[in-house]
Design a protein around this ligand. Structure first.
Ligand code: AMP
Length: 228
């Protein structure tokens, strides 16, 4: 049994958080294109050096770079059996087509469902401006909405939290603009394929998670969408 799910959502919509929660529940690994890019930038790999300027400006990294990055991740043993929870990829129609092809050719698998976690622009700008992250477990906190118990320390790991360098006000505005320019065609694309589920992302993390989980349960009971 495998399950390939895509999480679409603007920066700050909570797609990474939801992918991680579901990964813990279902035992399916996540693939976060943003995290892989940041790791490559940090390690100054060739991909990191090529991607750095785009990420720092809040622009999309060119499709060919991101597609070959994701395709090589899909070849790793961890993704061969249970599928993957994709966070932040695809972000364009080209990437979506390339993903379908890569899943087919590398793993002989298909996309099971696409969850669009929908949050309005005003709410997103507010969320991103107060965001900080644990460098060990990647848990996300917010200065006012979800502060850590001890200032600037992760509740689970005790590590000092950091702010992403692309969470600055100017870059955030650009990332949101870039995101909304690309999301509408992508949402339409998956809707036409009958794969789309829209989730109201302006609810608590727990409520969003239980809605996603419930939808998956309903689909599993639908014979033509059996998880087997
Ligand atoms: P995220 O962590 O998903 O918000 O991504 C951070 C940044 O990484 C984005 O603003 C882009 O510069 C880059 N990035 C992440 N995923 C992609 C993708 N699928 N295609 C192109 N660029 C991406």
């Amino acid at each position: 049994m495998y399950l390939n799910l895509i999480f679409l959502g603007a920066p700050g919509a909570g797609k990474g958080t939801q992918a991680k929660l579901l990964s813990e529940k279902l035992g399916i690994p996540t693939i976060s294109s943003g995290e892989i890019l940041r790791d490559n930038i940090c390690r100054r790999t060739r991909l990191g050096l090529e991607a750095q300027d785009f990420v720092e400006r809040g622009e999309l990294v060119p499709d060919d770079l991101v597609v070959s990055m994701i395709t090589s991740v899909l070849r790793l043993p961890a993704y061969q059996q249970n599928g993957a929870l994709l966070d932040g990829f695809p972000r364009s129609i080209e990437q979506a087509k390339a993903l379908t092809l890569a899943l087919k050719t590398v793993l002989n698998q298909e996309i099971y469902r696409v969850f669009y976690i929908k949050v309005g622009k005003g709410e997103l700008a507010q969320r991103l401006s107060g965001r900080s992250i644990c460098p060990v477990c990647n848990t996300t906190y917010h200065d006012t909405k979800n502060p850590p118990l001890v200032t600037q320390r992760c509740n689970k790991e005790g590590a000092t939290l950091y702010r992403r360098s692309d969470d600055t006000y100017a870059t955030t505005l650009n990332r949101l603009q870039v995101y909304f320019n690309h999301i509408i065609p992508l949402v339409d694309y998956y809707d036409r394929k009958g794969l789309l589920e829209i989730i109201n992302g302006e609810q608590s993390v727990e409520k969003v998670n239980s809605e996603i989980y419930q939808k998956l349960g309903e689909m599993a009971r639908t014979p033509q969408l059996s998880l087997a």
